[in-house]
Write a protein that binds this ligand. Structure first.
Ligand code: PLP
Length: 372
């Protein structure tokens, strides 16, 4: 028996849509128009995307992510990869996923869209890293997908490859272990894709939206055993990845040195901002992060986030999240952005002093501003 048996019975053995790419110059087979209203870098937008170009991108990314091309399928961002996995494995009103909150909201979003149950295995501070024992205690037999975010969004914690390997071995033929590595480039560690040869129930997701700086392109990759990839392809929309995306991604990825430099920059910026935030008396905790963001806990979260907003700075406040009281998440940006945020955070105290002074004048009483 193999973990392929976890695929929904009604979706097993399907053959996907065959785009029927042809080599003939006179293309009269696909009901396309012979003219394109726009010529971009010689791209014929009147024609459906070429499978040869798509394969070139798959090969390039497979090499970059150190897997075989048959172990990888491209998706419209990781979001589409997640959606497809939920649809391939979860029988509506019957199956479940397990997730470790606080984590990326789209796991529960797509699972509930598929009418699947969401089993919660909450993470505990300060590390926010699930253990094998905690997952075993939460797991039940209807769980087809164990969702692990590595590093986790929004906490930044990094689950180890040993834990992932142990879970793969423990849940072989019972659950697929899905490792979402959207932020892995910032973690200076090996990808879980290094475990793919050993575990047929492991699935790894990567995206070009974060460290590759191509969020606007909408391009992600699902990596798994070749049979799982084939099954995913069999339920995908035809020509999901557009010619524009394929061509732009091939071009963008050719500049290797650029990626190394930006990752280094972000990691340095993360350490610097973390150090600055830790010196502020009203910051309770800056959690250790392996991603391009920091999770910060402060009792003054609302005042701080409102103040930053008024200064044209957006951060992610967690207002209604039961696991993240008083927390906000800040993305590591450029040097100029980091200087701006440090200056504005430091300026919050004087702004509050001024507000209290004004209120005091209006009421005729001296109001003391609490120290933030
Ligand atoms: C953990 C995680 N996974 C996946 C995604 C989705 O990425 P994409 O832009 O590739 O759809 C995000 C986006 O923020 C994310 O944080």
């Amino acid at each position: 028996m193999s973990s392929l048996n976890l695929i929904r019975a009604d979706l097993k053995g399907r053959s996907g849509y065959d785009g029927g790419d042809v080599t003939q110059a006179c293309r009269l087979h696909a009901n396309e128009l012979p003219w394109s209203p726009l010529m971009l870098d010689g791209l014929k937008l009147n024609q459906y995307p070429s499978s040869v170009q798509l394969q070139a991108l798959v090969n390039g990314l497979a090499q970059r992510f150190k897997v075989n091309p048959e172990q990888l399928v491209l998706t419209r961002g990781s979001d589409e990869g997640l959606d497809l996995l939920m649809r391939l494995f979860l029988q509506p009103r019957q199956d479940a996923i397990l997730q470790c909150p606080p984590t990326f909201a789209m796991y529960a979003f797509f699972a509930t869209l598929q009418q699947a149950r969401v089993i919660q295995c909450p993470l505990s501070a300060p590390g926010f890293i699930p253990t094998v024992e905690e997952i075993c205690a939460a797991w039940s037999a209807d769980c087809k997908l164990i969702m692990l975010c590595r590093p986790n969004n929004p906490t930044g914690g990094l689950i180890s490859l040993e834990t992932i390997a142990a879970l793969c071995a423990l849940y072989r033929e019972k659950s697929m272990i899905v490792v979402d590595e959207a932020y892995i480039e910032f973690a200076e560690t090996e990808s879980a894709a290094t475990l793919l040869e050993k575990h047929d129930n492991l699935i790894v997701l990567r995206t070009l939206s974060k460290a590759h700086g191509l969020a606007g392109l909408r391009l992600g990759a699902v990596m798994a055993n070749a049979d799982v990839i084939q099954a995913l392809k069999s339920i995908m929309t035809p020509f999901a990845i557009s010619s524009l995306v394929i061509q732009t991604a091939i071009k963008a990825l050719s500049n290797e040195a650029w990626f190394d430099a930006v990752i280094e920059h972000i990691i340095r910026g993360r350490e610097q901002l973390s150090q600055v935030l830790k010196t502020l008396p009203w910051v309770d905790t800056v959690y250790e992060s392996h991603a391009n963001f920091l999770l910060v806990k402060t009792k003054k979260m609302t005042q701080l986030v409102d103040w930053l907003e008024s200064q044209d700075i957006a951060v992610r406040a967690f207002v209604d999240c039961p696991f993240l009281h008083h927390c906000f998440r800040i993305t590591i940006g450029s040097e100029a952005q980091m200087q701006k945020i440090v200056a504005q955070i430091s300026g919050l105290q004087s702004e509050l002093n001024r507000t209290y002074e004004k209120l005091g004048r209006r009421s005729g009483k001296a109001l003391a501003c609490p120290t933030v």
